[in-house]
Design a protein around this ligand. Structure first.
Ligand SMILES: Nc1ncnc2c1ncn2[C@@H]1O[C@H](COP(=O)(O)OP(=O)(O)OP(=O)(O)O)[C@@H](O)[C@H]1O
Ligand SMILES: [Mg+2]
Length: 496
């Protein structure tokens, strides 16, 4: 890709970016949220047609302006928003074979479904996915959806595979499996792979070369081995940075929130006992699938309570839905932000006030747009949300910036208890720091915080106490200052 530039209304997303992928290698594309990584890869995938610059294949100029042209040149993308790439109402086999089928349809009169399913199974096996290929895509977990997309790339015989933050929803084991698959594709099948991730250790583990983008421009490109993590971060952010957790000296008060014997109606979580004191950050950790998200959702009324109770300042709560949770003082920053956390078709400012409209309306229930927008602008600055204005549609923000909006909307909500489910997934190191800073401030205001994450270093950095989940229940409570990553892993894996 040579001198690629692209603009959107109010945003210069890429300026003269040159980027080369070599067959048989794994190339990291890193940069802060909004730096232009996904946009560059969308250009390569034919998703944008209004860029300037040139794309060359084996030294020969090629025309990529539509997805079909990109696919024909062997470019396959697993997008950051996996939901957008899958056709939810088609089944797994059809999703895997989508590109192949589109090609065949032109030539053949009918489709041999049995053959389609058998071939799909073959590719699913290559990505270690064992499921009924007649399941609908919409019923898959995030990790599985992703594998279906990699399988689709394999089925299309791709020469270039672009993985845009593929590891964000994966567990450690799943990540390792994906890495093995990537290594195999690069080494044995000569595929050129672009890997986008905010987790720097992954870059060092799997990538040969690193290209760093900042504000839509290439800062540098070097072999991975010539960088340290710290250097990469500083190139990304354009400033010095210490990856520490902002320590807030918060006085921890009385217990404000208590959960006793909580079991979800279908036992997605069971026998949960947990208490949170004012100003306290309680970490909830465990492997992917241990029940963290289900616990967060049950507390928030997004999953039905089977038995047990929750109390806020001693008062028994009656949570029957997210709405009733909010009115009783509970806020959730959910994991699947595009589906549950933000209204993508709405502007940034309405999203940032969606959970606190009372605050902005007068006694006649008119919304005070001016106050709403001013408050949004403050949050945009505090969280460093990259957007041309508060009026931008959330759909047009980069993935990480959408996540910041999902977090930000609750910071004006005046809840008593804040539940965060993997809030830093997909956000860059600088923004992570800002989010920790804000959570620290909430704790400073005497709020109770429940912080669910499978990133143990984060839990160790931010939580006062840590609850370890295994098999849908809490198996261990640890004082964070007195525990270690190894101990947490031991209990997460079911040790006792
Ligand atoms: N369709 C669009 N309309 C308007 N602005 C857009 C559009 N697509 C991208 N942008 C803007 O271009 C910039 C680059 O976005 P991009 O999604 O490429 O960032 P990114 O590096 O992938 O970030 P992240 O790490 O958060 O995923 C951002 O400011 C984004 O808001
Ligand atoms: Mg992106």
């Amino acid at each position: 890709m040579k001198n690629i530039s692209i603009e959107f209304p109010g945003v210069k997303a890429l300026t003269n970016v040159s980027f080369t992928i070599e067959s048989g290698t794994i190339h990291a594309l890193v940069g802060a949220n909004g730096a232009g990584k996904s946009t560059l890869m969308k250009v390569l995938a034919g998703a944008h047609d209004h860029y300037t610059g040139e794309i060359l294949f084996n030294g020969r100029s090629v025309n990529i302006r539509t997805p079909r042209q990109a696919i024909e040149l062997g470019v396959a993308v697993v997008y950051q928003e996996v939901d957008m790439a899958l056709v939810p109402y088609l089944n797994v086999a059809e999703n895997v074979m989508l590109d192949v089928m589109a090609n065949e349809m032109g030539r053949r009169q009918f489709i041999n479904w049995k053959e389609i399913r058998a071939t799909a199974r073959k590719f699913l096996k290559m990505v270690n996915l064992d499921l009924d290929v007649r399941m609908l895509a919409q019923d898959l977990s995030l990790a599985d959806k992703q594998r279906v997309l990699v399988a689709r790339a394999l089925a299309g015989n791709s020469r270039f595979l672009i993985l845009d933050e593929p590891t964000a929803p994966l567990s450690q084991t799943e990540t390792e499996e994906l890495f093995n698959l990537m290594r195999d594709l690069a080494q044995n099948q000569n595929v050129g792979i672009v890997f986008i991730s905010h987790r720097l250790p992954e870059i060092f583990e799997i990538c040969d070369t690193v290209t760093i983008l900042r504000d839509g421009e290439v800062v540098t490109e070097q072999p991975t081995s010539s960088f340290t993590q710290k250097q990469i971060i500083e190139h990304m952010l354009g400033r010095r940075f210490d990856e520490t957790y902002p320590k807030h000296d918060v006085e921890i008060g009385e217990t404000i929130f208590e959960i006793r014997g909580l079991t979800e109606a279908d036992r997605a979580v069971k026998d949960i006992n947990l208490s949170v004191r004012a100003g306290e950050i309680v970490g909830v950790t465990g492997l992917v699938g241990a029940g963290k998200t289900e616990l967060c959702k049950t507390i928030f009324g997004a999953l039905p309570i089977g038995s047990g109770e929750m109390r806020l300042r001693g008062q028994k709560l009656n949570v029957k839905s997210p709405h009733t949770a909010v009115t009783q003082g509970i806020a959730l920053v959910p994991e699947e932000r595009r589906k549950e956390g933000v209204l993508v078709e709405e502007p940034v400012y309405t999203n940032l006030s969606a959970s606190s409209l009372q605050k902005f309306s007068n006694m006649f229930h008119f919304i005070n747009k001016k106050a709403e927008r001013a408050s949004a602008r403050k949050l945009i600055t505090d969280l460093g949300i990259r957007t041309p204005s508060e009026r931008q549609k959330v759909a047009f923000l980069s993935g990480g910036n959408q996540q910041k909006v999902a977090v930000g909307k609750w910071l004006v909500a005046d809840a008593d208890v804040y539940v965060f489910d993997e809030p830093t997934k997909g956000v860059d190191v600088g923004a992570k720091h800002d989010i920790f800073e804000l959570i620290g401030q909430l704790a400073g205001q005497g709020k109770g915080i429940i912080y669910a994450s499978s990133e143990i270093p984060e839990i160790l950095g931010i939580a006062d106490r840590t609850m370890v989940m295994y098999d849908r229940t809490i198996v261990k409570e640890l004082i964070t200052a007195e525990t270690t990553e190894e101990e947490i892993l031991f209990f997460s894996a079911g040790g006792n």
